[in-house]
Design a protein around this ligand. Structure first.
Ligand code: NI
Length: 374
């Protein structure tokens, strides 16, 4: 089967079998078999889902990690898709099926060209990216010890179709997911003086949190604080004694991230005190912004040039990526790949299977280029 067709078949299999974060058992088993057939060695990481495979080149050299992600989203796919998810209510709406198929394609190309390859390539098929914790699980296995660089690739609608987006420094934001539990005292709605109203406190809190970006963060720095969920009460004539708020924060620098977290905490405590309720703030997920090493961006530009793939500068986005955790441990570059599609995480999002071959060639070339030339 021609290479492009084989890649599209792999992609189609992954697309039809979407699995949520840390449930990627079928994809892991499928990829493991394919990689072993290519002669790659599966490392004993102890990961329940996801895997790290190794290809050794014919010559000595550094260790390079190439990372793809595996998980899908709890989104019902738009029926207009020609290639359909076979799992009710789940779909690959972030293109992770494309990323994994492209990395498998790169592994096939590298396996054919082992003699040219200097050093080792670690093929990281990461679980649980959407949870914000998958990269940490891979790092905790120690499988990346000794790697000197890491690359990742993500589809990005809005970027020129077929082009590689390159950004030095941060291109994906630091993100926080926050949860605020309010505890007051329920009472009859006709006797508000007898309770401590959590609905009023939740409303004030959602409104007050908007001042973090408008009054605390430097207006020249991009940042977001969004309250996305408020839950309280279950009828019309009772003031509830508890409420739950959830939301997300986004920014690009560690100092802004710390400032936002501090102000969210202070506003929680201040509003709670003013309303006579208690607030408990937790952060189920927080990760830093990506930080792309200029030397690796130069290597990506050279690799794209060698494969005839256009490069464009890519503006930073307030989307988040847990790839940032790898970059805290070793130099890395997170590349984007343009396409015409509905946005990421949208039911109508659709990758372009024709772009798999150039994406695979780009990833393979990142490993094959001579080191030291950049
Ligand atoms: Ni994604």
């Amino acid at each position: 089967m021609p290479f492009a067709e084989a890649l599209q078949a792999e992609y189609a299999w992954l697309h039809r079998h979407p699995e949520l974060s840390f449930e990627e058992h079928a994809a892991t088993a499928h990829l493991k078999a394919e990689l072993e057939a290519l002669g790659a060695r599966i490392l004993g990481t102890g990961l329940e889902t996801g895997l790290v495979a190794e290809l050794r080149g014919g010559r000595p050299g550094p260790t390079l990690a190439l990372r793809a992600d595996l998980d899908a989203l709890p989104i019902a796919e738009d029926p207009s898709h020609t290639l359909r998810s076979e799992a009710e209510g789940r779909m690959h709406a972030c293109g992770h099926d494309f990323h994994a198929a492209a990395l498998l394609g790169a592994a096939a190309l590298l396996a054919q060209r082992k003699a040219e390859l200097a050093g080792r390539v670690l093929l990281v098929f990461q679980p649980g990216e959407e949870s914000g914790r998958g990269a940490l699980r891979v790092l905790a296995t120690g499988a990346l010890e000794g790697a000197s660089a890491i690359f990742g690739l993500h589809l990005l609608p809005g970027l020129a179709p077929g082009a590689v987006g390159l950004t030095e420094g941060a291109n994906f934001a630091a993100i926080g997911r926050f949860s605020i539990e309010l505890q007051g005292r329920g009472c009859h709605a006709a006797q508000p003086h007898a309770g401590a109203d959590c609905v009023l406190a939740a409303a004030r809190l959602a409104e007050s949190l908007q001042s973090v970006v408008s009054r605390n963060v430097d207006p020249m720095h991009p940042a977001v604080v969004s309250v996305t969920r408020i839950q309280a009460g279950n009828t019309w004539n009772v003031l509830p004694g508890a409420a739950l708020l959830e939301g997300t924060t986004r920014c690009f620098s560690a100092s802004d991230d710390a400032l936002i977290a501090r102000r969210v905490q202070e506003i929680c405590q201040g509003v709670a005190a003013a309303c006579g309720v208690r607030a408990r703030l937790t952060w189920p997920t927080r990760h830093p912004a990506t930080d792309n090493a200029p030397a690796l961006i130069a290597r990506a530009r050279a690799a794209a040039g060698a494969e005839g793939i256009p490069c464009v500068p890519a503006a930073p986005t307030l989307l988040g990526e847990d790839f940032a955790f790898y970059q805290q441990k070793l130099p890395g570059a997170f590349l984007t790949f343009g396409l015409n599609s509905a946005p990421l995480h949208h039911p109508a999002f659709a990758a372009d299977p024709a772009a798999l071959e150039p994406a695979a060639r780009l990833l393979a070339r990142l490993a094959l280029l001579p080191w030291g030339a950049d």
